[in-house]
Design a protein around this ligand. Structure first.
Ligand code: 5RP
Ligand code: CA
Ligand code: CA
Ligand code: ZN
Length: 224
């Protein structure tokens, strides 16, 4: 079996995969899991062994269906009332042209929203709502602001942007799971920097996980 096939299988089984984007991009390894399978334990694993932001990535078709804006669009639209927001435009991201950040949400049955239980519910119920095409339930089911950041996948995924957002969603599509996935960056508390690809590989081997390179995923997606 190829590493890619093992990655598809892991996603279908509700297990984590590790993905390194690229030397000429962030140079970060994210833990990625299909959102429909997320449980409180998955959140605890990401807090303990990744430590970055826990974000829920949504396929562009789903974002269109619930009319989910990028955060930059919201801020742009708010500048007539808050002109200083225009000065914050993210036009100097050192590794990409745009960010995939959208709004932050909590499931309405959350208490604080940040516990493993609450975040798992917010993440999983979003995937299930979208899978079942209950688009009209968005505002009935979630409140904003909240503790889970939504990331909006670019149209055409890796054809237009090569972030973990699009790479993770492309993996879901190819694996045949609902294209909603969680990404969380692996951070190294000893160095204060991103976990190196060597240390991520060690973690993968010790825990029976597959570590994939973004470029291999992008190539596979583009040839399909
Ligand atoms: C959210 C991020 C991460 O880098 C995440 O991997 C998604 O972003 P991108 O698609 O730019 O890689 O910034 O915590
Ligand atoms: Ca980032
Ligand atoms: Ca709080
Ligand atoms: Zn990333």
């Amino acid at each position: 079996k190829t590493d890619l096939e093992m990655g598809f299988e892991a996603l279908r089984n509700g297990e984590f995969i590790l993905v390194y984007d690229d030397d000429d991009r962030e140079g970060e390894v994210d833990m990625i899991i299909a959102s429909e399978f997320v449980r409180p334990k998955s959140i605890a694993t990401m807090r303990d062994y990744a430590g970055g932001l826990i974000c829920n990535c949504l396929a562009p078709e789903y974002c269109d269906a619930i009319n989910l804006p990028f955060m930059t669009d919201i801020m742009q639209a708010a500048t007539s009332k808050y002109p200083n927001l225009a000065e914050l435009a993210p036009n100097d991201i050192p590794y990409d042209e745009r960010s995939s950040f959208s709004i932050w949400v909590n499931h309405r049955n959350s208490f604080t929203g940040v516990t493993d239980h609450d975040r798992a519910m917010t993440i999983r119920e979003m995937a299930i709502m979208l899978k079942e095409e209950r688009y009209g339930d968005f505002g009935k089911t979630f409140r904003s602001p909240g503790h889970v950041c939504l990331l909006r996948g670019a149209e055409g995924l890796v054809k237009n942007r090569r972030g973990h957002t699009e790479i993770g969603l492309a993996m879901c599509e190819m694996a045949g799971v609902t294209p909603v996935c969680v990404v969380c960056e692996m951070m190294d508390s000893k160095t204060g920097r991103a976990t190196s690809i060597e240390d991520a590989k060690k973690y993968a081997d010790e825990n029976g996980l597959v570590l994939l390179k973004g470029q291999d995923i992008i190539e596979k997606y583009l040839e399909e």
